[in-house]
Ligand binder design. Structure first.
Ligand SMILES: O=C(O)CCC(=O)C(=O)O
Ligand SMILES: [Fe+2]
Length: 294
């Protein structure tokens, strides 16, 4: 049984990150973001978290505050988070598995895109108990074992300790089937300093820990999902178009302004990214793009 999670630093090669994720279902990247990003995220999200109401649900936590739409609230710093090479690289390696289909007699290779599915800042306040253990890919009714549909990130904005609510993870549980229930006895706390991040595939059982200290635990979470699934948090509505227009193209595509091959998400049969700079009428007047299924 794994009793401690693997730690790597931000210089670690992608193979080491992906290897730990495939083996243990979890890895901690130390110094995931630089100090400027960490300070900027705290500044952009702190007052929104303070103003947020507590949840009424035991699952979300009655002493836990949650703040969504993070690309709206902190576009520049969230760009640094989502483009962090070990997170984005591992998501691409784990999720973008080539597949194929027959179109008549032509065997077509297709690789799905990935997208931001969920963003949330989380503040676990003193007195919050343990969260029920769960798999985040349950949102997609995903079945196990099998290839993952999600890579999840938990960035520590303050130190994570076993006493203040560090995320509890069950190493290896991404290999379990759907009949086995998780228990707290099998969990390991993701103890890590502020600025570090826990990465785990969506099939790993986990939950927020109890905060028995007098200080709040601050963090933020991001999920990257396969592009052919519905986003958990609707990024088209959560992030204003004017904000999306300011972002690098790779982030625009990750926020869903993209087509997932062979053709999901099109607008006027075109790449939806084009709609950021053109009217819908201009798009419909363009020659139809080559759509492999037409
Ligand atoms: O706050 C945490 O450590 C975990 C939160 C979580 O897993 C969730 O809300 O889905
Ligand atoms: Fe979760």
């Amino acid at each position: 049984m794994v009793t401690e999670l693997t730690h790597v630093n931000r210089a670690a090669p992608l193979d080491a990150v992906v290897g730990a994720l495939e083996r243990d279902g979890a890895v901690i990247v130390e110094d995931f973001v630089d100090a400027e990003t960490l300070v900027g995220l705290r500044a952009d999200l702190g007052s929104g978290l303070e103003a947020a109401g507590y949840s009424e649900s035991g699952y979300d936590g009655q002493k836990t505050k949650r703040l969504s739409s993070l690309f709206h609230r902190s576009p520049r710093h969230m760009t640094s988070v989502v483009l962090q090479p070990q997170f984005l690289g591992a998501a691409r390696r784990l999720l973008q598995r080539p597949t194929h289909m027959w179109i008549g007699k032509v065997r077509m290779d297709v690789t799905p895109s990935i997208q931001v599915s969920f963003t949330q800042a989380i503040r676990i306040d003193p007195g919050q108990g343990r969260q029920p253990l769960h798999r985040d890919d349950a949102m997609h009714l995903w079945r196990h074992p099998g290839p993952p549909c999600r890579l999840q990130l938990m960035l520590a904005l303050t130190d994570f300790t076993a006493a203040n609510g560090a995320t509890l993870v069950i190493p290896g549980s991404h290999h379990w089937d759907d009949e086995r229930a998780p228990t707290y006895a099998e969990t390991v706390p993701a103890v890590m300093p502020a600025g570090s991040a826990l990465l785990w595939p969506g099939g790993v059982y986990h939950g927020g820990g109890a905060n028995t200290t007098a200080e709040s635990r601050h963090s933020l979470s991001v999920a990257l999902d396969l592009g052919n699934l519905r986003q958990e948090e609707n990024q088209y509505l959560a992030v204003p178009r004017e904000t999306v227009q300011q972002l690098p193209e790779e982030v625009q595509r990750l926020l869903g302004w993209d087509r997932c091959p062979p053709g999901l998400g099109q607008v006027e049969t075109q790449d939806p990214l084009l709609l950021l700079e053109r009217t819908q009428q201009e798009l419909s007047a363009r020659p139809r793009g080559a759509n492999p299924l037409s």
